[in-house]
Design a protein around this ligand. Structure first.
Ligand code: NAD
Length: 404
């Protein structure tokens, strides 16, 4: 969506702008899978390689019943900008299979994962396109995929996929990476705005991987008071602050946040409108709309989820004093540690957790200040600045290759 604005700012040649608007390659396959009941079923599968001017394509594989090629194309573009903005040497890609994981057995999931690789293996590889987990996929699927790929090519190739289990060459720190990246951005934003995180409050929408880690790390590292955290059903709120570890353990044990002692249950909508220093939407897209954007009362809006604010909301946010950390910068910690996993696989030398986290910190801190300084210098929003810097890097690589 902001590509047009970035292209205008950069005065991109129309030919180049046109190339950047479309994916470089789209692969489709019908996976014929034998179900446990003996019948066969066709599952549609996609891999979109959006741009590889800066390096091998990089992006997750989603298993979702409502998956569409259009969504995958948009997400592949997003990956291109995300890798560029943090300066890791990858292009962007995304893949998916139209399937409902809740209706599939482990064996059926394994057959789908292996069939996906048999369909696309020629286009994948450490120097071509490196997949990772995404919605409804995890290390488990990555392990099957790696195994299938290595069987086909006849040798070990752990760097062909990231987000693997540790035993197969995964990286320490991958689990917490996206939350850690968001927290590093929040730390730098707080420095910029002279907010003391030890005295600040935060509300986090989403108690999954990203929301859970963001809340936990803010509390553990800086003593930030987490006043609310939510799942799809409710948000638990306490003016005095929550013990995040205990809240997450309660969710793990009971399957819900509701009824956590000493807290009040509020709605997700109310959570977003709380008076708090930091607001972290870390659940779903389109949570901040033109209807509630003007009601936000935070100082820092850290978009840990993908696309939590609509385009209309953005227009409203622009007019407020809220300091926005745009999504593809704020949640780039995950892909950054995926890159570190790929580097470790390629060198065969594995880092300790603190080494991984230090490297992540370096990448995220630099990216944060690149975007912030550029936005201030050019009097543009943080989101537009992030797009401009990312598009500029991709465009430069394309020009140098003579692609445009
Ligand atoms: P997750 O499935 O682990 O957690 C999602 C959380 O959102 C859960 O707590 C769920 O209960 C909550 N939720 C679901 N519906 C909700 C609703 N209607 N209102 C409020 N909360 C709701 O997912 P995740 O991996 O934490 O991803 C969260 C967001 O971060 C997504 O937008 C994802 O694309 C993005 N993201 C994730 C990663 C990663 O490494 N996991 C990397 C980049 C971006």
């Amino acid at each position: 969506m902001q590509l047009g604005e970035a292209a205008k700012f950069l005065k991109l040649e129309p030919k180049l702008h046109k190339l950047l608007r479309e994916p470089a390659r789209i692969f489709k396959a019908n996976l014929k899978i034998k179900l446990d009941n003996g019948k066969t079923k066709i599952f549609q599968a996609f891999r979109v390689q959006y741009n590889d001017a800066r390096g091998p394509c990089k992006g997750g594989i989603r298993y979702h019943p409502e998956e569409t090629l259009d969504t995958i194309k948009a997400l592949a573009a997003w990956m291109t900008w995300k890798c560029a903005v943090v300066g890791i040497p990858y292009g962007g890609a995304k893949g998916g299979v139209v399937c409902n994981t809740k209706e599939l057995s482990e064996k059926e999931l394994e057959r789908i994962s292996r069939a996906y690789i048999r369909a696309f293996w020629k286009h994948l590889g450490p120097d071509q396109d490196v997949p990772a987990p995404d919605v409804y996929t995890s290390g488990k699927e990555m392990a099957w995929m790696l195994d299938e790929y290595e069987k086909i090519i006849g040798k070990k190739s752990p760097a062909m996929i990231t987000g693997k289990p540790l035993a197969l060459g995964g990286s320490l720190g991958r689990d917490s990476a996206t939350g850690m990246g968001a927290v590093i951005c929040i730390r730098e934003a707080a420095k910029h705005l002279k907010i003391d995180l030890g005295k600040a409050t935060a509300a986090v929408q989403g108690a999954g991987n990203v929301g859970g880690w963001t809340a936990k790390l803010l509390q553990q590292k800086f003593g930030t008071k987490i006043i609310a955290i939510s799942d799809s059903k409710c948000a638990v709120y306490s003016e005095k602050g929550l013990d995040v570890e205990k809240v997450l353990a309660h969710k793990e044990k009971t399957g819900q946040l509701h009824n956590f002692p000493g807290t009040k249950c509020i709605t997700n909508e109310q959570l977003l409108e709380l008076k708090t220093d930091i607001l972290v939407p870390a659940a779903l897209e389109n949570q901040i709309t033109k209807d509630n954007a003007a009601k936000l009362k935070c100082k820092i809006l850290a978009e840990a989820a993908n696309g939590p604010a609509t385009k209309d909301a953005d227009a409203v946010l622009k007019k407020t004093k809220i300091f926005l950390i745009p999504d593809f910068l704020c949640n780039a910690g995950g892909v950054t540690v995926s890159y570190l996993e790929w580097v470790q696989n390629r060198t065969g030398y594995y880092w300790k957790l603190n080494e991984v986290n230090d490297k992540l910190d370096e990448v995220m801190t630099k990216a944060f200040w690149d975007v912030t300084n550029f936005a201030e210098k050019n009097k543009i929003t943080m989101r537009v600045a992030a797009y401009v810097l990312a598009v500029q890097k991709v465009a430069e690589a394309m020009k140098l290759r003579g692609l445009a």
